[in-house]
Design a protein around this ligand. Structure first.
Ligand SMILES: N[C@@H](CCC(=O)N[C@@H](CS)C(=O)NCC(=O)O)C(=O)O
Length: 343
């Protein structure tokens, strides 16, 4: 009888023993290599990721990758930026050519499943699909586009959503599918297609590169939810945590009023334990997620500022994109950005 009890207990322990998944398989590779390979969009994505005149990548998605490099290496320069297209991004991630995608990739069920085996640790930008039209068409709603030719990139949620939209509204359209971003923008600019569809923010970026940006308008409808997230391969819990809590640190800092300008002063004087933990002054949240240093968040904020500062620097109303915060504001200001507690 007694043996039965012991056997049952042993069986239970085995059943609930934490699965020693390859906790840091990809993270170990990144650390051994000494750099993070970050898949970004091609060089024509103002605000999100473009190389400057010295070839140094600048932009919202770029700084997210540099912040992850601070958490891993305590060094924002330990990043290799690898341009990928909408079609090459997933093979590049699956094959290990890149470690993460920071390129306006939408979190979807099929991408997050056994089909594609990707993970989406944290949403960095809430978007939705939209349609851009020339003002001369005098179109005010997507429902007036019956029979339109629509420029769309392959391998995207965009391609799937536009078909859903026209079918759901009993409207006809002709897709003009072009993989290359510069080519599809030129096709739209030259009138080879009537309208251009993509995520709203991507259209705002592409509009800045048109011959006469002011001659084009993005229609009010949002055809879909596009939660854009840093994307990694499944199977690495440590890298998942590193990416997630790097993003949450940016959001938490904005929520707590910690900025690039005041972070050091706050770190030196803060008595609030929540702030002291976030900045690594007390506790060791960093160690819990495998960060290079306890003060990873403090270094990220000192280097790039909080989420809001990064947004305003590259995408905000004082930039050619002119984006409002909207859903990308923190929850306390009516947005969707919300970080779980760093404790
Ligand atoms: N978020 C959608 C659309 C993504 C998308 O179309 N991205 C384009 C436009 S920003 C892109 O990355 N293009 C890069 C390129 O083609 O160089 C998805 O994940 O499928």
């Amino acid at each position: 009888m007694m043996w039965k009890g012991i056997a049952a207990a042993a069986a239970a322990m085995i059943a609930f023993a934490p699965v020693a998944a390859e906790a840091g398989r990809d993270l170990d590779q990144i650390k051994q290599r000494g750099t993070l390979r970050c898949g970004v969009q091609g060089p024509s994505n103002p605000g999100f990721g473009v190389p400057d005149s010295q070839g140094r990548w600048q932009g919202f998605n770029v700084e997210i990758c540099r912040a992850i490099a601070i958490t891993i290496f305590n060094d924002p320069t330990k990043v290799e930026f690898v341009p990928v297209t909408t079609q090459s991004r997933f093979p590049a991630l699956s094959s290990g050519e890149v470690d993460v995608l920071s390129n306006n990739t939408t979190w979807t069920l099929t991408r997050d499943s056994a089909v594609n085996r990707f993970n989406f640790p944290a949403i960095t930008f809430y978007d939705g699909q939209a349609i851009m039209v020339p003002r001369r068409l005098n179109v005010t709603s997507a429902r007036q586009l019956n029979g339109a030719t629509v420029c769309v990139q392959p391998g995207t949620t965009t391609e799937l959503n536009i078909a859903d939209f026209f079918r759901a509204n009993n409207l006809r359209f002709t897709p003009v599918v072009i993989a290359d971003l510069d080519e599809i923008r030129r096709a739209y600019d030259s009138g080879r297609c009537d309208v251009f569809t993509n995520d709203f923010a991507a259209l705002a970026a592409q509009r800045t590169l048109l011959t006469r940006p002011a001659d084009h308008v993005i229609l009010p409808e949002r055809l879909s939810k596009e939660p854009l997230a840093v994307t990694i391969r499944q199977g690495d819990e440590e890298l998942t945590n590193i990416v997630a809590w790097t993003t949450f640190a940016l959001i938490d800092a904005e929520e707590m009023g910690i900025t690039q300008a005041n972070v050091e002063q706050i770190a030196a004087s803060a008595t609030n334990p929540v702030i002291r933990r976030l900045l690594g002054v007390e506790g060791n949240m960093g160690e819990s997620i495998g960060a290079a240093r306890a003060d990873y968040a403090r270094t990220i904020i000192r280097t790039f500022g909080n989420y809001g500062e990064i947004f305003e620097r590259h995408l905000g109303t004082n930039t050619p994109l002119g984006l409002e915060r909207g859903m990308n504001n923190i929850w306390t200001r009516g947005g969707l950005l919300y970080a779980p507690p760093a404790r």
